[in-house]
Write a protein that binds this ligand. Structure first.
Ligand SMILES: [Fe+2]
Ligand SMILES: [Fe+2]
Length: 358
């Protein structure tokens, strides 16, 4: 973890400088302030996929996505208590990419913590990432909430250590969305044992928020929208009254409720993946509650990308998706129905129909 603190004067100065050139998504001014002493907010940026070309050249569009998310996060009012980065900071796990990404994240005016993504990991098995950002799984307490970060993108030892002739090939095989040479993600026994011990210290009525890169549920194995030992992790979380899982990796808005656990995916700043059903023609590949967003503009390079502002209220979260040049979305836990719901589009009649192109 890197910690960045600057004095208030410098903060205001930077804010003014960025504000002059930036168009803020409306939701930044519409957010309601916490109404009890327990409420707080944090921000979530994910899947920047910083990609090195050669020398000092990087893919410009991915850089812009992260730079903009960092700048807008710095302008938030109320200020978030901290920022999470949800994994896949790099595209192919190189030092150049991780250094360049870390440099951009260092511009955040808040403390931030990172989640490991498969694009960060499979070149050197997380070695350089850990030098920059610290442990790959950890927990901490903040204002009465128990937070946990897992490295959920591990896989079988044989695949990781024996199958590929080089580290670079291993990285490339795991980097593809639909590559049949990939291998299912998992948390693994070692971390599950750690999690069990970690949770043993936590009271059952304490809200638990878990961050992972892959979903701790099984959505679509063909694209590794998947965690092989999801049920075993869910079982460890089952005794707790309020559990939230926030995950990256899928580059799209998804949400779901399984037993006591609310699941929310975060958007990427780099690019959107399609919804599994659009390719696989199988509705069961999307979490049951998810309302897919209309994203019909392939000529706008930031379409269907974004970052998140999260309001933590009384044990549950409201996730505000900040989409560039698009209608922002809010998915919040509804205590009446006991599940996350889209504040504007959950009802069928209110959904935006897909655009037609001629
Ligand atoms: Fe990603
Ligand atoms: Fe990923």
């Amino acid at each position: 973890m890197r910690t960045n603190t600057i004095n208030r004067r410098k903060f205001l100065k930077q804010m003014g400088a960025v504000g002059a050139v930036s168009t803020l998504p409306l939701s930044l001014v519409e957010l309601s302030f916490a109404d009890t002493a327990k409420n707080f907010t944090f921000a979530y940026i994910s899947d920047a996929h910083i990609q090195h070309i050669s020398g000092s050249k990087f893919v410009y569009n991915w850089d812009r996505g992260l730079i903009r998310a960092v700048a807008e996060t710095n302008l938030l009012q109320p200020k978030p208590d901290f920022v999470m980065f949800g994994g896949d900071l790099a595209q192919l796990g190189t030092r150049e990419e991780l250094d360049h990404g870390a440099e951009m994240l260092s511009k955040l005016n808040y403390d931030y913590k990172c989640v490991m993504g498969e694009h960060d990991y499979y070149l050197d098995l997380g070695e350089y990432w850990s030098k920059l950002f610290g442990p790959q799984y950890y927990s901490w307490d903040h204002k009465g909430v128990h937070f946990i970060t897992l490295n959920s993108i591990l896989t079988y030892d044989e695949w990781t250590h024996e199958r590929w002739p080089s580290a670079k090939q291993r990285m490339l095989e795991m980097a593809g969305l639909d590559n049949p040479n990939g291998s299912p993600f998992m948390v693994g026994e070692k971390q599950r044992e750690w999690l069990k011990k970690d949770l043993a210290k936590v009271k059952k009525d304490t809200p638990v928020v878990l961050f992972s890169h892959s979903p701790i549920q099984k959505i679509y194995k063909g694209w590794n929208f998947w965690t092989e030992d999801a049920e075993q992790v869910q079982a460890l979380l089952k005794p707790f009254a309020d559990v939230t899982v926030v995950y990256g990796h899928v580059h799209q808005i998804q949400y779901n409720q399984i037993d006591n656990i609310s699941f929310y995916a975060v958007m990427a700043t780099a690019w959107p993946w399609p919804y599994p059903q659009s390719y696989a023609q199988a509705e069961s590949n999307l979490p049951k509650l998810t309302v897919p967003m209309n994203r019909a503009d392939p000529f706008f390079e930031r379409d269907a990308t974004g970052w998140q502002f999260i309001n933590h209220k009384t044990g549950r979260i409201a996730l505000n998706y900040n989409l560039y040049n698009n209608t922002n979305r809010t998915v919040a836990y509804n205590p009446k129905t006991g599940q996350p719901e889209d504040a504007s589009f959950q009802e069928k009649g209110k959904r935006i129909p897909p655009q037609e192109h001629f």
